[in-house]
Ligand binder design. Structure first.
Ligand code: NDP
Length: 449
């Protein structure tokens, strides 16, 4: 890979490689941010004097722990749990928990690192963290999920709290899992502390729109990127990968904004439905019945399920990856551009490889990186914390309005920062520089801690 790092920043990146061997996703996420920061050090030499880049790349605290639990056959199972509390300059650590067999320290660190800058972009008082486990929730019974979550929080509870660290969901962690973890936290601490977790159920401290927020926010962000190009989602043919929380609500909002999503996927394959994905059916299959995307197709004879197919081969105007990291490579990106794609918004975290990002930037399309495009989820988590702090609950319309305002502000900040630094339309630069600068200023103000 071609590394285009400023000479002043190269040693910091080398140090990250040496200190964190084998953590390739973390290296990728760090490099992507550092590549944007050369001009920031020219404008703010104090950041170099205070070694802010070196400090920001080292997590404030990393916790790795054993999670023993009993399966339904009474066999003892052991998983590994993680929480990386990366940076608390702007507020309590905040970021989701991921339960997926691919989880290891390098994945949690890449996600935690991205989260610092994403949370800074929201303008809300939240630091950056991420956690999770290599536990695979697929095929587990409700009781197994409950026992795992209880064991996980029995260790993690001592590290979290409404003013310290506030986890939420991510891949494999939704409302059910947050419920089991909140219940166990309440039991162990003897405290009904709503602000300790977000993504809670609506009857016990959750916020309306939190479930929808990441997907709705991604659709709003893409619409904003198109608007500055005198375009919009209206009438656009869209492809959304994944069929989990982020994908479902991205599809719902795109349809409300006049676009049409013709395909979505899971790790088994994708479904193509030319007339437009039926969101209610998708919710029934994935959220209620917890089945696979192939179970969608039999409901519509005109739709098709393609096992192991590449969803990015479908011609579309707008692509929104909402599954996982590195799901669009250079070849996929080239194909999307060749097929006429004019906008890409990342609902997932780091779904495009560095080669893919290069293709999108060189083609000059509207490309929204995850740390800006998918910031609606954590923003609404912060709104959930606000409601918890004043023991209030807002209605759907008001909360969605707040979300939309926040997404507009993030878009404007990234857009204007990119222009200010001489890279118009480059949302990667804009997001990295704006997010980093906010955290760096706070770190300078705090002295050496
Ligand atoms: P879910 O668990 O609800 O859904 C994940 C979806 O992605 C599923 O359809 C899953 O398919 C698919 N998927 C996961 N891993 C892979 C893989 N290795 N290969 C192919 N498909 C895969 O997670 P979310 O919707 O919450 O998260 C999706 C993405 O959005 C992640 O990158 C996450 O970090 C990011 N994100 C989520 C936020 C949130 O609020 N939930 C906030 C910001 C970002 P299968 O079931 O077959 O595994």
């Amino acid at each position: 890979m071609n590394i285009t790092l400023d000479d002043k920043i190269k040693p910091a990146y080398r140090e990250v490689l040496n200190r964190n061997p084998g953590e390739t996703e973390f290296h990728q996420a760090v490099l992507e941010v550092l590549e944007s920061l050369g001009p920031v050090l020219v404008k703010h030499p104090e950041f170099a004097d205070h070694r802010i880049i070196e400090r920001i790349c080292e997590p404030e605290r990393q916790i790795i722990f054993r999670v023993p639990w009993m399966d339904d056959q009474n066999n003892v199972q052991i998983n590994r749990g993680f929480r990386v509390e990366f940076n608390s300059a702007l507020g309590p650590y905040k970021g989701g928990l991921r339960f997926h067999p691919s989880v290891y320290l390098g994945i949690i660190k890449f996600l935690g690192f991205e989260q610092i800058f994403k949370n800074a972009l929201t303008g809300l008082p939240i630091g950056g963290a991420k956690g999770g486990s290599d536990f695979d929730p697929k095929g587990k019974s409700d009781n197994e999920i409950m026992r795992f979550c209880q064991s996980f929080i029995t260790e993690l509870y001592r590290h979290i709290g409404e003013h310290t660290d506030v986890p939420a969901g991510d891949i494999g962690v939704g409302g059910r899992e947050i419920g089991y973890m909140f219940g166990q936290y309440k039991r162990i601490t003897n405290r009904w502390e709503a602000g300790v977790l977000t993504g809670k159920g609506l009857d016990w401290g959750g916020s309306l729109v939190r479930k929808e927020a990441t997907g709705y926010g991604a659709a709003f962000f893409v619409d904003e990127m198109l608007k500055v190009r005198n375009n919009s989602l209206e009438g656009k043919k869209c492809v959304v990968s994944g069929s989990g929380n982020v994908a479902i609500y991205t599809i719902e909002k795109i349809h409300q904004l006049g676009g049409k999503v013709v395909a979505c996927s899971d790790s088994g394959g994708f479904v193509y439905h030319e007339q437009g994905i039926d969101v209610e059916l998708l919710q029934q299959v994935k959220e209620v019945e917890r089945r696979r995307i192939k179970d969608y197709a039999p409901h519509y004879p005109e739709s098709k399920y393609i096992a192991k197919g590449n969803i990015w081969e479908i011609p579309c105007d707008v692509a929104i990856p909402c599954a996982t990291q590195n799901e669009i490579n250079g070849r996929d990106a080239t194909m999307l551009i060749k097929n006429g794609c004019v906008a890409v918004g990342e609902g997932a975290n780091m779904p495009t490889t560095p080669e893919g990002v290069r293709v999108f930037l060189d083609a000059g399309i509207a490309y929204g990186p995850g740390k800006a495009t998918n910031a609606g989820g954590v923003s609404t988590s912060a709104l959930e914390m606000q409601q918890n702090a004043c023991r209030d609950s807002w209605d759907f319309e008001y909360t969605e309005q707040r979300l939309q305002q926040i997404m507009r502000k993030i878009h404007k900040l990234c857009y204007e920062t990119a222009e200010q630094y001489g890279s118009p339309n480059n949302y990667v630069r804009g997001a990295n520089i704006a997010g980093f600068t906010r955290v760096a200023k706070a770190m300078v103000a705090f002295g050496l801690i």
